[in-house]
Design a protein around this ligand. Structure first.
Ligand SMILES: Cc1cc2nc3c(=O)[nH]c(=O)nc-3n(C[C@H](O)[C@H](O)[C@H](O)COP(=O)(O)OP(=O)(O)OC[C@H]3O[C@@H](n4cnc5c(N)ncnc54)[C@H](O)[C@@H]3O)c2cc1C
Length: 396
């Protein structure tokens, strides 16, 4: 058992931490409040190679794994810059295209994902299906060599700043061609499509979310969006299901890392404050256990989550996907809970200052609350653990 990072991973952690601190939470908040994106930070991280750490070197990436990408997510979040699009573009889209895309798709997309000049966001959630992706209603039909996509997606992050959106659709099968046959739910199989965000027939409307974030969520409407044959991820429809599953572990692990980093950030802000704030004579408020113990408790929860993230990433990078699935889900659950606890505890420890923009912790309340819902809710993780670890019957 080894809890040490390699020297290269250590260097990466230090370098990303330094970059994140140079921008800091006030940069993140200012961008969110002015409705702008964190373009400068994203571009610099891309130029320095941090966005492509998990992409093979032949496509301009760092040749590392999800362990390295999780470090990037955690350290930027620990500096107060939790960038959600790290989870969708380099973690989900780059993994899916690298593992299941065609050679042509790898060449077209991975170099840009690696240096940050291309962003690909991810659209699976639908208003009617919610957590139950078996009910997906977005359908892809063949029209000659082309595909026509129709349906609706919701809460899709970053569509306004991405060139492409990876859309999960169902394909009608049963005609031997895949695409124009029976469209009843039982006969459909998933397929992923790389859709330009400016494709005719694709429209979006921004959702008003109570999350202070430079990244926005959208409703997407696909109205017979026409796509060439090579928009389908992979050589054939058989790539659909494995491609969809390929994104899940990287998504869970990196979003957990972002949560753990956010938790660290909040506890650090609060600890600095409580160690120096004095309202009862010469003693700091942190000397009171009523203030210090909740912070210490939150720190324990964050550290436990980090251990599980490390385990999940190590298993994933070793190709042990099934075990990584269990650890990744547990890591996501643990980090989601720990981040929410840490931010809430930090706000309380700072008193009134905790609710100000200046001290930069209440600014994260919405984001960490959302982290218990998205990209997979705590309940769906508990369902997964009950079924796959505890051997319980599926309840839904
Ligand atoms: C900030 C944010 C960003 C997002 N970004 C994206 C994105 O980029 N792309 C994308 O595709 N989606 C995105 N989502 C959507 C997100 O993945 C979904 O919100 C999430 O999967 C839950 O789906 P739902 O909202 O439809 O909830 P529902 O499925 O309607 O569930 C509502 C509640 O019921 C619970 N529940 C449902 N079924 C069960 C069950 N069987 N057992 C126990 N409890 C259950 C859920 O846990 C939840 O608490 C984002 C969401 C948010 C908030």
């Amino acid at each position: 058992m080894n809890f040490d990072l390699t020297p290269e991973q250590d260097q990466l952690r230090d370098a990303v931490r330094a970059l994140g601190r140079r921008y800091g939470h006030s940069y993140f908040v200012a961008k969110a409040k002015s409705g702008e994106h964190t373009t400068e930070l994203w571009s610099e991280a891309g130029r320095l190679g941090y966005l492509g750490v998990n992409i093979p070197t032949e496509y301009g990436g760092g040749g590392g794994g999800i362990t390295e990408l999780a470090l990037v997510c955690e350290e930027l979040a620990a500096a107060g810059c939790p960038l959600l699009l790290l989870v969708v573009s380099p973690a989900i889209a780059a993994t899916v295209i690298n593992k299941h895309g065609t050679d042509e798709q790898r060449k077209r997309h991975l170099p840009g994902l690696a240096d940050g000049t291309q962003k690909i966001v991810f659209a699976i959630t639908e208003p009617e299906a919610g957590s139950n992706f078996h009910r997906l209603g977005t359908v892809a039909r063949r029209d000659g060599d082309d595909w026509l996509l129709s349906g609706r997606k919701c809460y899709i992050s970053g569509v306004d700043e991405a060139q492409y959106v990876l859309v999960v659709a169902r394909v009608a099968v049963g005609d031997g061609q895949g695409g124009s046959g029976d469209a009843s739910p039982q006969k459909l199989k998933p397929a992923l499509f790389i859709v330009p965000t400016d494709a005719p027939g694709l429209t979006r409307s921004k959702l008003d979310m109570e999350i202070l974030s430079p990244e926005n969520q959208f409703l997407l409407y696909l109205d017979d969006v026409r796509l060439p044959a090579d928009a389908l991820v992979g050589e054939s429809l058989d790539a659909g299901l494995p491609a969809l599953f390929a994104g899940l572990n990287p998504e869970r692990i990196t979003v957990a890392a972002m949560g753990a980093g956010t938790g660290r950030y909040a506890i650090e802000r609060a600890s600095e404050y409580t160690a120096t704030r004095k309202v009862w004579g010469g003693r700091s408020i942190g000397s009171h256990q009523g203030v210090a113990h909740p912070l210490a408790h939150a720190a324990v929860q964050v550290e436990l989550a980090r251990l599980m993230i490390h385990k999940a990433a190590t298993l994933y990078d070793a190709g042990r996907d099934l075990e990584a699935g269990i650890s990744g889900n547990m890591a996501k659950y643990a980090a989601g809970e720990a981040a929410a606890l840490a931010v809430d505890t930090a706000v309380q420890a700072l008193g009134g200052a905790g609710m100000t923009t200046e001290y930069g912790v209440a600014t994260l309340l919405g984001a960490v609350r959302a982290g218990r819902i998205a990209p997979v809710s705590r309940e769906m993780i508990l369902n997964f653990v009950a079924q796959h670890v505890l051997g319980q019957d599926k309840s839904y």
